[in-house]
Design a protein around this ligand. Structure first.
Ligand code: XMP
Length: 305
């Protein structure tokens, strides 16, 4: 990328000119992309921007609290509690694409409600270059690209980072003084923990996935992966205390990558893997096994669904 300072200055000017006196909304996920886009747009148009954070119930541990703290300076921030509605929408769905679709639809409904309320003419999105490439192909439907604009009748879509790669977005985030926890945070998919759960999303699996992802993020921090995660695969037999149990199988995945389009499984030492295993099985009584995923992308994807 060219110079970060001039990129920021240029985009702030562009957004201010394009939006003028109108109102804009942005869906804030807590990830680095939407956070950076929101910070850029807020700098440009202040409270004419309503950042909307939909708590889908599919978020990482502590994510909502963290987001509330980080964006506390934006008076117009809206936090929508929608967990029950998302779980209802996902009930009985096992197909990965159907799942993404259900989440996307519900998300649009939640977002649309706020966009109408604040009478927004513009939609700001944190779309980055790899999102556009993957959505143009047939790899998978990313719910943060494509869906939203068709529904609410926006006058314009503003995508200040559409030509940037992830590492460039991080540079912009640092330039905007976004806290390290956001600027350096691993990417997290729009559909959240739902794509780290094979089959139907239930409260029980979500709880296991949330805790296991937290353990993985904490324990692998020193290994500096591009992305590290845990996925709930299914059930298998194990022994806990004196009893045989039929518990969850959790896969741990840690990858190195530049932009997520290809990735290499990380060579994590045995001791660290054992610590992760012991914490995940110890802290979740319903987990019977922990596996480490050694597959690169391709042939696997980074997420499980
Ligand atoms: P995959 O699993 O396709 O993921 O190798 C590549 C990168 O994209 C993220 N990802 C998503 N991000 N909506 C998103 O916003 C999605 O539906 C989605 N699916 C995958 C994934 O976390 C990885 O960084």
């Amino acid at each position: 990328m060219v110079d970060v300072d001039s990129f920021v200055e240029e985009k702030v000017d562009e957004i201010a000119t394009e939006v003028g006196d109108a109102n804009a909304v942005i869906a804030l996920s807590g990830g680095v992309d939407s956070s950076t886009a929101a910070a850029l747009a807020y700098e440009a148009i202040g409270d004419q921007l309503t950042p909307v954070y939909v708590d889908t119930g599919l978020m990482r541990k502590g994510e909502t609290e963290q987001l509330r703290e980080t964006f506390d300076y934006m008076d117009s921030l809206r936090i929508v509690q929608a967990k029950d509605r998302f779980l209802d929408a996902l009930e009985g769905i096992t197909d990965p694409e159907e799942k993404r679709h259900a989440i996307g639809e519900q998300f649009i409904r939640e977002f649309e409600t706020v966009a109408r309320e604040v009478d927004a003419d513009y939609l700001v999105q944190g779309t980055i270059y790899p999102d556009r490439i993957e959505s143009e192909g047939t790899i998978k439907s990313h719910h943060n690209v494509g869906g939203l604009p068709d529904v609410v009748d926006f006058e314009g879509i503003v995508e200040p980072m559409r030509d940037l790669y992830k590492d460039e977005v991080r540079e912009v985030a640092r330039d905007l003084d976004l806290e390290a926890i956001i600027a350096e945070r691993m990417p997290f998919p729009g559909p959240g923990l739902a794509v780290r759960i094979i089959g139907e999303v239930t409260e029980e699996k979500l709880a296991v996935a949330r805790e296991a992802n937290h353990v993985v993020e904490v324990e692998l921090e020193d290994h500096d992966p591009w992305q590290a995660l845990a996925a709930v695969l299914g059930k298998a037999t194990g022994v806990k205390g004196d009893n045989r149990v039929h518990g969850w199988v959790v896969a741990v995945r840690s990858v190195e990558s530049r932009d997520g389009m290809t990735a290499r499984a990380q060579n994590v030492d045995w001791e660290t893997l054992q610590r992760i295993q012991s914490r995940i099985t110890g802290e979740n009584e319903n987990v019977a096994r922990v596996l480490y995923d050694v597959t690169h992308k391709p042939p696997a994807t980074i997420e499980y669904e």
